[in-house]
Design a protein around this ligand. Sequence first.
Ligand code: GLN
Length: 294
Amino acid sequence: MAERPERGKVASYIPELAKIDPRKFGLVVVSNDGEIAVAGDSEAPFSIQSISKVFTLTLALGKIGDRLWQRVGREPSGSAFNSIVQLEYEKGKPRNPFINSGAIAVTDVILSGQPREALGEILRFMQFVADDNAIKIDDEVAASEQRTGYRNAALANYMKSFGVLDNPVHFTLGVYFHHCAIAMNCRQLAMAGRFLANNGINPSTGMSVVTPERAKRINSIMMMCGHYDGSGEFAYRVGLPGKSGVGGGILAVAPGKASIAVWSPGLDETGNSYLGRIALEQLTRRMGWSVFGA
Ligand code: GLN
């Protein structure tokens, strides 16, 4: 990938993310039988941002099950990750758990179950699924977003006015900004995605993280909504469930085969990693991993 000059633009609306070197590139594949393939900056930590929403969705479903869908939909939005317009038409109920409004509502559910410990619970869950206690939150990124997250504050206040959030808006947003600021490298992220590639089971311990049914459903939401208004293009080109973050990471799941993490900080106009998607397209084509056929 080093020879590709076009890399998109690093996110700058979170000031701390604007400092990241756009030339970074990392890729890690962890197969279901435990083989690991690495390339590039696979050990460099980056801000996982919206990729954290896969794990908060998993936790919230664990807490309240299908009742979650009374608060958040599961349809693609066809609009930007931070869009406000749909919320008014749909009376404060976010389209899906991966756009910002939906993820904030999911965070609120976790906070209600665990008022003092929500953030710790999210971080520990991440460490558990990745088998790695070294994973941390980057407090500077969290503080940077907390200072400037006006749009997320607008979304949260708007949902609160419809009674979609139970907790005080600043609590929910505080937890949301901090879980978005979890820093991981590609290896840790690919490890964390293994349960989704492996019918809900963590392959190194053999322990069930979620039921096979739930893993399948989380994957389907990643496929339909994981790249916002770029989800159709991602499905068309890569053909795997995937979740992006504005830090430039993508977690992709080849069900029954492998968990894949890629990182390239430059973003396309839909806020998804520009080179990350190209790399995944090449990988899935070479491996015949698209869920839609070889
Ligand atoms: N924390 C970011 C935000 O709320 C996450 C967005 C993203 O990664 N797409 O704007």
